[in-house]
Ligand binder design. Sequence first.
Ligand SMILES: Cc1cc2nc3c(=O)[nH]c(=O)nc-3n(C[C@H](O)[C@H](O)[C@H](O)COP(=O)(O)OP(=O)(O)OC[C@H]3O[C@@H](n4cnc5c(N)ncnc54)[C@H](O)[C@@H]3O)c2cc1C
Length: 351
Amino acid sequence: MQELHDAPLAPLTTFRLGGPATRLLTATTDDEVIAAVREADASGTPLLVIGGGSNLVIGDKGFEGTALRIATRGFTLDGTDLTLAAGENWSDAVARTVAAGLAGIECLAGIPGSAGATPIQNVGAYGQEVSSTIAEVVAYDRTAGETVTLSNAECAFSYRHSRFKEHPDRFVVLRVRFALEDAGGLSAPIKYAETARTLGVEAGERVPAADARETVLKLRAGKGMVLDPEDHDTWSAGSFFTNPVLTEAQHADFLARVHERLGADVTPPAFPAGEGRVKTSAAWLIDRAGFTKGYGDGPARISTKHTLALTNRGGATTEDLLALAREVREGVRAAFGITLVNEPVTVGVTL
Ligand SMILES: Cc1cc2nc3c(=O)[nH]c(=O)nc-3n(C[C@H](O)[C@H](O)[C@H](O)COP(=O)(O)OP(=O)(O)OC[C@H]3O[C@@H](n4cnc5c(N)ncnc54)[C@H](O)[C@@H]3O)c2cc1C
């Protein structure tokens, strides 16, 4: 197992932000992962698990403890049954399942990071979420001190949330098993309106899975949502805030504020989000609160392609990023009475 001391973490994150870790281990087998976790837990050393670093905001002071980078490999496709080691690159794995003619995760192409992190926040985009295809998750349970297999129901998935996110220090994901679909090379039914429109089909129709994947990749690239080291709009964690889910009373209050501020004819986006709940768009709120694309004059700014991505233009510190995030959050709260919640995981800092 590779071991480094006083190791910079910024290069391991897509924000390129954060100070060093006291110790950085890179594990390439499940045994190494488990040994590293057990050792840290036995000695009471704080542990930070890192996959692709695409959903992490690490403080400028870094991490006092052991950072464990998961670099395990394993892609096994047996019929429609896909098992991925935690360290597999997610987007590459999606491409391979589409090439094999399978459906279920094609619209999750281009999402950076590792397969093992996908259950953590129930990764989703363009009408798909991993919770629809995950059959089970094999994880090391730090409380029980053993490897466990969790069924889909036991993962308690919801919008950008799961049991793993609820108990961040309990499970280290080792493998994820997906039940994909063989629809003769076709995608799952296209749910997202923008994807359907771009593909020239009605929502609910199927298209060749490869077309769905390519269309999503194009749409994502146009929004700076596919990693490109040359493009500072992608030095981000993707969406910085989750879309707020409101009760009916909160939604009514929100609509009243929108009408008062922007006029009675303005209708904010609203999507059903379960019994008595409405989801609205964080990007819309940010934009309408006055934080438009490219907002900011420092080294941390809103992406020029998407209002929901906060970005490092090069030379930013985590404090610069957090200052911008707080400004946006306070501005939205003042304008619309809604408090945005950050999507990326913060380490050693809070928003
Ligand atoms: C340009 C861009 C676009 C994005 N688009 C999307 C999108 O469309 N939809 C979406 O949902 N997300 C999106 N994201 C966010 C991010 O890519 C996902 O959340 C991804 O799953 C994070 O994977 P990672 O391996 O990089 O995790 P990391 O950032 O390394 O870690 C994130 C969290 O997961 C934990 N973790 C990582 N691996 C494990 C493991 N094996 N076991 C236990 N815990 C673990 C970490 O400790 C941390 O708490 C985007 C990010 C970027 C930069």
